[in-house]
Write a protein that binds this ligand. Structure first.
Ligand code: GLA
Length: 732
C-alpha cells in the first residue's frame, strides 16, 4: 500500500472554501475562487491562499498545525505575498527581481496550478506554479515536507520563454512572513578558530542581513543558520521559534525586514550581491534549499527536529557509523617521513582507533610542500618524504589492521607549483591587477569544465591507484578574492553562483563512483559548513581551534543545527587542560585524536584506550540519540548536555566545568528525555584517577527512577575549572 502511495501523485488536504481539491490543481477557468494550499510537516503547517480578487498567492499561516485551516478563509485573512516580486506594487525587499529582455524591470506572479506528490512515506512534495500574466516567466515554489521530522525544505525554480536571456537579480529560495509583537534573532558568527559564536538581539524596524560575500570558505564569518523567536525570547524548552538554515556553500543572504506595521519577512537564498544572472530561455534556475522547522517548545526541540532530518536526509550516510581516527596535522605539521608515519600508524592501532589520517604536506616534487608556500596543486607523492608512495602506507595500515585516509585541497593552487606554471588560465585572477594571496594560495576556476575534470581526476586517480584509501579530508583554505573567471568571459557576475554549482557537480560525480567513502568537509576549520555540501559529506571539521575550553562553545553552537555524528572533534595538545577534560569534550561529537601518542604516560595511554572503547560502546547513542542541552555555557560557568536513545534505555551525559569562580555552588542538574517510569543506573566513565580527583563524580553505579532524575536531578561535576564528568545511564 505504502508503495502505491509513494509512486503516485495523491490527493491531499486541500481546501477551496472548505471543499477538498485533488492533488493536481490547474486554474484554467479564471473563476477567481479562493483556494487554500496547506503544507503540513508533522506538527507544523505552512498555509498559502490564492486570492479570489487578484489571483496571487499569499502566505496566510505558519506555525503549529491547525485543526481547522479553512477558518482562515472564513475570517478573510489577507496574508502576505508568498514570493514578493519587484516592479509593481511591492514596496519592501523582493524575493525575486527580473529585467525582461525588452528592458521592463517588473514581474507580477499569479497562481496557475499546484500539485502534491508523496515521493516516499512521510514525505510530501508540493509544487506551486506561478506565472506572469504578461511575460512568459514561470516560477515554481517547491516545498518538501517531512512529517516525522517536522521539517520543511523550500526551493524555487525560475524559467522563462522570452526570445532572449532575461537578467535575474534576486532569486530567493524562501520567503516567510510573521506577524508578532517582538522578534528575537539568534545568529552564529565568528572567524577562523572562533566559529559559531552565538548572539541574540531583538529585530527592530528596517532590515537586518546575515550574509557572506566570501565566495569560497564562505561561512568563515557567518554561518547560514538562525533562530527566530516569536513574541518572546525562547530557551531550550519553551518558546515559539523558527530554526532555519540555507543549504548553500557559497555567498548567502538571509534578510529580516520589519515593515512599518511590525510584520516581518524573512528572505533566504543565494546572496544576490554582485551576482545578477543572465538566464537563457528554457533554462531552469534552481535555487538551493532553505531548511526550517517550527518549534513550540524552544530551541531543544528545534535542534532535535533538525538532527532527525539531517541523519535521515541531510548528511551522507547519516544513519551509518563513523570511523575514529588519529590525524598527524598538529603532531608533525609538514615535517614527516615514511618511518615517522609508520610509527603513527602503529600509534593508531595502539590507541584502538580505526583510521590514520595523513594531513597536508605529502605531495609536490618540483615545489615540495614543506610549508604552505609551495606545492598546492601538484598531487604527486613527494619522493623524499614518501619514497615508496602512498601505496606503501596504505599497505602498512592494512597490515596493522587500521584504515588509511588522506588530506587534499583540490580547489586551490600555490603560485609556486607546476599546476600554476602549466595552467595559468585555470586560476581566478583579475586582469591588470596583482594577484591577491591568502595563505599564499589562489582559487582554481572551477567554472571551467577542464578544471572540474582535473579536480575530479585527483580524487578518482588516487582512489583508483590506491583503492585501500578509506577516508578523505577535503579542505578549502581561502576565501575568493581575485574574483574573475577567465572561462566565464563576459558573464563575470555569475562566478559566485557557477563556482558553487560546479563544485556540487564535482561532488556529485565523485559520489556516483564512490557513494559511501567517508569524507570530512573542512575549510580552514569550519569555514564551510552547510547542508548543501553535507549531502556529499559524512562529517565536517568544526574548527582548527582544538583548545577544549573554546571547543565547548564551538561545539555547543554547532549542536543547535547539526547532529553530533557530523561534528569532528579531536583531542590535541592545544590548551593546558587535562587529557581527561580534552577527551570528554571531544567525545560529545565524532571523536578523533591529533596527539603525540608516544608522549602519553602509561596511565594516560590506558585512560585513552579505555575512553576510546567507551566511545565505541556508546557512540550509537551519541550519534543517533536525542540531544538535550541541560545547562548552557552562555548562562553558567559550566556546560551540561546528554544524549538519549529512542528507546530511553541508554543515555550519555557530559558535564564540563569551565571557569569556576570563588568556589561557586552549582545546583543539581535535572536530566531530560528519560522515561519517568524506568529505573536508571548511573555510572561514571572515563575515570583517570581511581581516587576520584576533583571534577569526577563519586556516586558510581547508583540507581534512580527517571522521574526522580528529571524532577530532582543530580549533583554533577565540581566547581573546579576545566574538570569534567561523563555518565553512562542505563535504564530498564
Ligand atoms: C586547514 C585545516 C587543518 C589542516 C591544515 C593543513 O587549516 O583546517 O586541519 O588540515 O589546513 O594545511
Amino acid at each position: 500500500m505504502k508503495k502505491i502511495i509513494s509512486s503516485l501523485t495523491v490527493f491531499l488536504s486541500i481546501w477551496a472554501v472548505s471543499v477538498a481539491w485533488p492533488g493536481n490543481v490547474h486554474r484554467t477557468d479564471n473563476t477567481q475562487k479562493e483556494l487554500l494550499i496547506p503544507v503540513t510537516a508533522g506538527q507544523m503547517q505552512l498555509i498559502y491562499k490564492v486570492s479570489g480578487t487578484d489571483g496571487r498567492l499569499y502566505q496566510v499561516y505558519l506555525g503549529p498545525r491547525l485543526e481547522q485551516p479553512e477558518a482562515l478563509l472564513q475570517s478573510r485573512v489577507q496574508g502576505h505575498p508568498a514570493y514578493a516580486t519587484f516592479g509593481t506594487d511591492n514596496l519592501f525587499e523582493p524575493a525575486i527581481r527580473i529585467t525582461h529582455n525588452d528592458g521592463n524591470p517588473s514581474l507580477e506572479l499569479k497562481y496557475v496550478s499546484h500539485s502534491v506528490e508523496t515521493p516516499s512515506p512521510g514525505v510530501t512534495l508540493t509544487h506551486i506554479l506561478l506565472k506572469d500574466s504578461v511575460y512568459p516567466v514561470e516560477v515554481t515554489l517547491n516545498i518538501r515536507a517531512f512529517s516525522e521530522e517536522n521539517i520543511m525544505e523550500q526551493w524555487v525554480e525560475i524559467v522563462h520563454h522570452e526570445s532572449k536571456p532575461v537578467t535575474v537579480f534576486n532569486y530567493a529560495s524562501s520567503m516567510l512572513h510573521f506577524d508578532c509583537d517582538h522578534y528575537w534573532l539568534t545568529q552564529f558568527h565568528g572567524d577562523w578558530a572562533e566559529e559559531m559564536r552565538m548572539e541574540e538581539s531583538e529585530l527592530t524596524y528596517g532590515m537586518k542581513v546575515l550574509d557572506s560575500k566570501l565566495g569560497t570558505r564562505a561561512h568563515m564569518y557567518e554561518t547560514p543558520v538562525f533562530f527566530l523567536s516569536l513574541n518572546k525570547k525562547s530557551d531550550e524548552n519553551t518558546g515559539n521559534l523558527i530554526a532555519g538554515t540555507l543549504g548553500w556553500s557559497g555567498n548567502f543572504q538571509i534578510v529580516f525586514e520589519v515593515d512599518e506595521k511590525g510584520s516581518l519577512r524573512v528572505i533566504s537564498g543565494i546572496n544576490p550581491f554582485a551576482s545578477e544572472y543572465s538566464l537563457d530561455p528554457g533554462k531552469i534556475f534552481r535555487t538551493p534549499s532553505f531548511i526550517f522547522t517550527f518549534s513550540g517548545e524552544g530551541k531543544g526541540l528545534a535542534s532535535r527536529n533538525l538532527h532527525h532530518w539531517a541523519t535521515r536526509f541531510g548528511i551522507l550516510d547519516g544513519d551509518k557509523p563513523r570511523l575514529t581516527l588519529l590525524n598527524n596535522w598538529e603532531t608533525t605539521y609538514f615535517d614527516f617521513n615514511e618511518p615517522k608515519l609508520v610509527s603513527l600508524i602503529d600509534d593508531t592501532k595502539k590507541m584502538g582507533l580505526d583510521l590514520f589520517l595523513l594531513d597536508d604536506g605529502w605531495f609536490g616534487n618540483k615545489y615540495p610542500r614543506n610549508n604552505d608556500h609551495a606545492g598546492l596543486g601538484d598531487w604527486q607523492e613527494n619522493k623524499l618524504k614518501l619514497p615508496d608512495g602512498l601505496g606503501y602506507l596504505v599497505k602498512e595500515a592494512d597490515k596493522k589492521g587500521v584504515k588509511f585516509g588522506i588530506w587534499i585541497e583540490p580547489e586551490m593552487v600555490n603560485p609556486k607549483s607546476e599546476l600554476y606554471e602549466n595552467h595559468p588560465d585555470w586560476i581566478l585572477k583579475l586582469p591588470n591587477r596583482p594577484e591577491n594571496y591568502f595563505r599564499n594560495q589562489l582559487v582554481l576556476d572551477l567554472t571551467n569544465p577542464k578544471v572540474q575534470d582535473f579536480v575530479y581526476s585527483i580524487i578518482d586517480g588516487m582512489l583508483t591507484k590506491y583503492p585501500g584509501i578509506a577516508y578523505i579530508k577535503w579542505d578549502c583554505n581561502r576565501m575568493m578574492t581575485n574574483a574573475y573567471s577567465p572561462y566565464l568571459k563576459d558573464k563575470q557576475s555569475q562566478l559566485f553562483i557557477d563556482y558553487v554549482n560546479s563544485l556540487y557537480d564535482v561532488f556529485s560525480r565523485m559520489r556516483q563512483k564512490y557513494p559511501h567513502l567517508p569524507i570530512m568537509l573542512c575549510s580552514g576549520g569550519g569555514g564551510r559548513v552547510d547542508y548543501g555540501a553535507l549531502r556529499y559529506f559524512t562529517e565536517f571539521w568544526a574548527s582548527d581551534n582544538t583548545d577544549p575550553f573554546e571547543r565547548v562553545y564551538i561545539q555547543w553552537g554547532y549542536s543547535f543545527f547539526f547532529p553530533s555524528i557530523a561534528v569532528c572533534n579531536h583531542v590535541t595538545s592545544w590548551g593546558k587542560q587535562s587529557l581527561k577534560f580534552k577527551t570528554d569534550v571531544a567525545m560529545m561529537g565524532k571523536l578523533g585524536y591529533d596527539l603525540k601518542v608516544n608522549s602519553l604516560t602509561d596511565k594516560e595511554l590506558k585512560f585513552s584506550q579505555d575512553a576510546i572503547q567507551n566511545y565505541k560502546r556508546l557512540s550509537d547513542v551519541i550519534w543517533h540519540g536525542d540531544l538535550y542541552r541541560l545547562i548552557s555555557p552562555y548562562e553558567e560557568n559550566r556546560a551540561v548536555l546528554m544524549y538519549v536513545n529512542p528507546e530511553q534505555t541508554k543515555a550519555v551525559l557530559f558535564a564540563y566545568t569551565l571557569n569556576a569562580r570563588f568556589g561557586e555552588t552549582f545546583n543539581k542538574v535535572k536530566l531530560q528525555g528519560l522515561d519517568p517510569q524506568k529505573t536508571y543506573t548511573i555510572k561514571e566513565i572515563n575515570i583517570i584517577d581511581e581516587s576520584h580527583g576533583p571534577g569526577n563524580w563519586n556516586m558510581v553505579s547508583q540507581t534512580y527512577s527517571g522521574d526522580y532524575l528529571m524532577k530532582v536531578g543530580l549533583n554533577i561535576g565540581m566547581p573546579v575549572s576545566m574538570t569534567s564528568t561523563v555518565l553512562e545511564i542505563t535504564g530498564s
